[in-house]
Design a binder for this molecule. Structure first.
Ligand code: ADP
Ligand code: MG
Length: 259
């Protein structure tokens, strides 16, 4: 089971779009996949076609050990993957976890019991470096960082990289950066191309080959509760996320061969 956190402390950079579409694309490739929504906004939950307003239990109860993962998970009605959903309840978890033992390792513990159930677990992190994100990073083997190729993207990146280093040193020796995913890419923009080239220079093969273009069909899909890759399979954005899933599966295979 490979557990990947999709993180970037900036909002609106494509974390949720990446989490939902990658989950659906991995499932379409026959991979048993769980999508964990760690954002109180519940966008990944809704995007997967699960109604966040009528959840018997959610990731909140799992983090507080009031429900098991087995009870809280649901299957995406549109996507052939499982979802550990979230809603506004989760906003309270931040405070409620503070005094609890092993508060950063709650999600990790919950997933450990289900190691045999999935090939991939994707964790959609909130736009902050909070206790919730920490739970995501603590549970994960690696981080996928979606980013837009714009000037300020690189600034925020160093904070995230430092946080990942700290978590690696103190909480989770397994954690590493799997890769940077360029999203909402505009091939006609000079700046996009410049930043993209800078990223490749700086991070080398940590930059995924797949480029996800800006594509309106990806933005429309969530309002139908259908992942973009299934909503309009032929659209450029959908094709990119399908290619990304294949790239990720290949990458994971090369680790296995190396080990
Ligand atoms: P985050 O989870 O990082 O806050 P989202 O995935 O919610 O970011 O994306 C922010 C907004 O950008 C959403 O409205 C989403 O539909 C839109 N969006 C994300 N990726 C793309 C894309 N490749 N093309 C067009 N719109 C996108
Ligand atoms: Mg989000």
């Amino acid at each position: 089971m490979h557990i990947f956190a999709i993180a970037n402390q900036k909002g609106g950079v494509g974390k949720t779009t990446t989490a939902v579409n990658l989950a659906a694309a991995l499932a379409a490739n026959g991979q048993r996949t769980l999508l964990v929504d760690l954002d109180p906004q519940g966008n990944a939950t809704m995007g997967a076609g699960v109604d966040k307003r009528s959840l018997p239990s959610s990731v909140y109860q799992v983090l507080l050990q009031l429900a098991t993962l087995d009870r809280a998970r649901v299957s995406s009605p549109s996507g052939h993957f499982d979802v550990l959903p979230a809603n506004r309840d989760l906003a309270g978890a931040e405070v409620e976890l503070v005094d609890l033992e092993l508060r950063e390792a709650r999600l990790k513990a919950a997933l450990a019991a289900h190691r045999a159930d999935y090939d991939f677990v994707l964790i959609d992190c909130p736009p902050s470096l909070s206790m919730l994100t920490l739970n995501g990073l603590c549970a994960a083997h690696g981080v996928i960082i979606p980013m837009q190729c714009e000037y300020y993207a690189l600034e925020g990146l160093s904070d995230l990289v430092n946080t990942i280093k700290k978590v690696h040193a103190n909480l989770n020796r397994e954690l590493k950066i799997i890769g940077l995913l360029r999203v909402m890419f505009d091939p006609r923009s000079t700046l996009s191309n410049q930043v993209s080239a800078q990223l490749e220079q700086h991070f080398g093969d940590k930059v995924f080959r797949t480029l996800v273009p800006r594509n309106v069909r990806l933005a429309e899909a969530p309002s139908y509760g259908i992942p973009g890759v299934l909503f309009d399979k032929g659209a450029k954005g959908a094709q990119a996320y399908l290619a990304f899933a294949v790239e990720l599966i290949e990458r994971v295979k090369t680790w296995k061969e190396a080990a």
